[in-house]
Write a new protein. Structure first.
Length: 286
C-alpha cells in the first residue's frame, strides 16, 4: 500500500517542526509504514482516506500526539555500548564519594534500559567500595508510550537477554506475573526491585522545548537522540545541557555522535576505550 508523496511531505514537516526528527525524502520508506499504521489507528480505511481528511480538517491534538510518538525510534538495550558503562563506573568512582547525592540525567531514556543500567552501575560501584551517598536519576523522553513502559520497570525475557548479565538480573530484578496482553505466552516478566527503581524519576521532556531543572547534574547521558537532529538543534540542546551541568560535570553521547562542530566548551576525556565529555572550567580572567 503506497502513501501519497504529498501526504508524506506534510507529515514529515509536522514531525520535524515538533520533534526535530528529520525524515528526508530518501527516508520516506521508513515513514510510510508508520503513516499506514496510524491511518488504521485513526480508523481510516486507507492512508489516502487519512490524507483526504487531513486536508479538510487538521489533525486533532490526540492524533498529533500519536503521530509524533510514532515517528520516534526507540531502539535501546541494557548496557548498550558496554564500554560506556565501564566509563560511567570510573566516573562514579572518581566523583561519587565527593557528593552526598550523585545527580544523573538520562535525557532520552526510551523504555528505560539505560537508566536502570546506570542505577545498577552505581549500586555495583558502591558495593565494591562502600560509600554513604545515594544517586538520583531523572529519566526523560518525548514519548509518553516509552515513558509508561520505563516507569513500570518490567521487561520480557527477550529484552533482558539483550545485554543484562544473569547475575545482575538475579540481583536487581524479580520475576513477576506473565504479560496478560500476550495471549498464550506465559513467559516471565522481570521487574526492577525497589532498590533499583526508587531513585529514578520519570518525566516527559522534549529536548527542543525550554526545560528547567531544579538542580544541576553531575552526569548527563544524551545518547542516540541528537543524531536525528540538525546542527542548529544539536547546538541548542548541547548548550543547554552545558548550562545544566555542575562544574566538571560529564556529558556522554552515543557511539556515532560527537561534539565536533557543535561545541568547544567541553574537555574530551578518554576513559575505558570511549571518549566522554567534561564541562571545561572557564579560563581565569587575568
Ligand atoms: C534511539 S532511542 C535512544 C535510547 C537510549 N538513549 C539509548 O541510547 O539506548 C532515542 C530516544 O529519543 C527520544 N527522542 C526523540 N526526539 C526527542 C526529543 N526531541 N526530545 C526528547 N526525546 C526525544 C525517542 O523517543 C527515543 O526514545
Amino acid at each position: 500500500m503506497d502513501v501519497n508523496i504529498e501526504c508524506l511531505r506534510y507529515f514529515a514537516k509536522a514531525i520535524e517542526a515538533e520533534t526535530g526528527i528529520f525524515y528526508s525524502e530518501a527516508n520516506f520508506y521508513q515513514l510510510s509504514p508508520r503513516i499506514i499504521e496510524l491511518s488504521k489507528t485513526f480508523g481510516f480505511e486507507s492512508p489516502d482516506a487519512l490524507w483526504e481528511n487531513v486536508q479538510k480538517n487538521s489533525l486533532s491534538a490526540e492524533q498529533k500526539h500519536l503521530l509524533f510518538d510514532s515517528a520516534t525510534n526507540n531502539e535501546t538495550s541494557f548496557f548498550r555500548d558496554k564500554k560506556v558503562f565501564d566509563a560511567i563506573h570510573d566516573i562514579f568512582n572518581a566523583i561519587g564519594r565527593e557528593k552526598e547525592t550523585l545527580k544523573i540525567w538520562s535525557a532520552a531514556c526510551s523504555t528505560g534500559q539505560e537508566c536502570y543500567s546506570m542505577a545498577m552501575t552505581f549500586l555495583e560501584s558502591r558495593d565494591e567500595r562502600p560509600m554513604k551517598n545515594i544517586f538520583s536519576i531523572l529519566a526523560s523522553d518525548i514519548s509518553d508510550r516509552v515513558l509508561a513502559k520505563a516507569s513500570k520497570g518490567q521487561y520480557s525475557e527477550l529484552e533482558v537477554q539483550r545485554g543484562l548479565p544473569p547475575e545482575l538480573r538475579s540481583k536487581y530484578f524479580e520475576p513477576s506475573a506473565p504479560n496478560p496482553a500476550s495471549l498464550g505466552d506465559s513467559s516471565i516478566l522481570w521487574k526492577a526491585k525497589k532498590e533499583l527503581s526508587e531513585n529514578i524519576h520519570f518525566k516527559k521532556i522534549n529536548l527542543l522545548d525550554p526545560w528547567v531543572h531544579s538542580h544541576k547534574f553531575d552526569v548527563v547521558l544524551c545518547r542516540n537522540v541528537l543524531i536525528y537532529q540538525n546542527t542548529e538543534n544539536k547546538k541548542k540542546v548541547i548548550q543547554r545541557i552545558f548550562d545544566n551541568l555542575e562544574p566538571s560535570g560529564y556529558l556522554i553521547l552515543g557511539g556515532a555522535e560527537s561534539l565536533s562542530g557543535i561545541s568547544d566548551q567541553f574537555d574530551h576525556v578518554p576513559m575505558s576505550g570511549v571518549v566522554v565529555y567534561r564541562k571545561a572550567a572557564k579560563p581565569d580572567v587575568a
